[in-house]
Ligand binder design. Structure first.
Ligand code: SF4
Length: 194
């Protein structure tokens, strides 16, 4: 297990044991907004790959990372409490053993009411979740992203133009500014407003 995931699980178990809320003693407080809930400084859903919550892929010297700088969602008190409620219904050992897809499913159930991502062969298409309900228009010749995760870490990101070209990857829209490029539920190539 990588070091960050280990820290994430330690923090999650502290929360499940009742240690949560704002951390006024942290030298970075408030890193998102005053009054924020710091229970999940290490988010259990990381990297969620869901732009709706404010996160995004950024390219650094060390490769792509999922930046959560713009996500306030996990720091809202009621959301932190619901995460504790939902993840608290599973045995801790299971939370240690479960993979990214399990945590994505829990997160999708929280924010969309149900899992909207779908398996396409060995790949997992998150576009139906991310593009749902957005204002979209049909466009030509788009590309979107195929992300490879290993142990909750992004190890590769590549552009593809057909869902079928993904190979054991997670498929998400390409984000350029406030626009998302991908394939909608009807199979149309679309540009949607985030
Ligand atoms: S964007 Fe928010 S919900 Fe997603 S991984 Fe980052 S902190 Fe967690």
């Amino acid at each position: 297990m990588n070091e960050n995931r280990e820290k994430t699980l330690i923090e999650l178990f502290r929360a499940l044991d009742g240690i949560y809320g704002p951390n006024y003693e942290c030298k970075y407080y408030p890193c998102h907004f005053y009054g924020q809930d710091c229970t999940f400084c290490y988010c259990p859903f990381y990297p969620c790959l869901i732009y709706d919550l404010g996160g995004e892929l950024i390219l650094t010297e060390d490769g792509y990372i999922w930046s959560c700088k713009g996500c306030n969602w996990v720091h809202e008190k009621e959301n932190a409490e619901e995460i504790i409620y939902r993840l608290g219904s599973y045995p801790k050992q299971r939370l240690v053993e479960e993979d990214w897809f399990f945590f994505s499913r829990v997160l999708q159930e929280m924010i969309y009411g149900r899992e909207l991502g779908v398996w396409v062969g060995s790949s997992y298409n998150l576009m139906p979740a991310i593009l749902r309900g957005k204002e979209c228009e049909e466009v030509e010749n788009i590309e979107f992203l195929a992300v490879t995760l290993e142990d909750f870490e992004i190890v590769d990101v590549r552009r593809i133009s057909n869902v079928e070209d993904a190979d054991s990857e997670i498929i998400i829209p390409l984000k350029i500014g406030g626009e998302l490029y991908g394939i909608d539920n009807s199979g149309r190539k679309v540009m949607c407003k985030l």
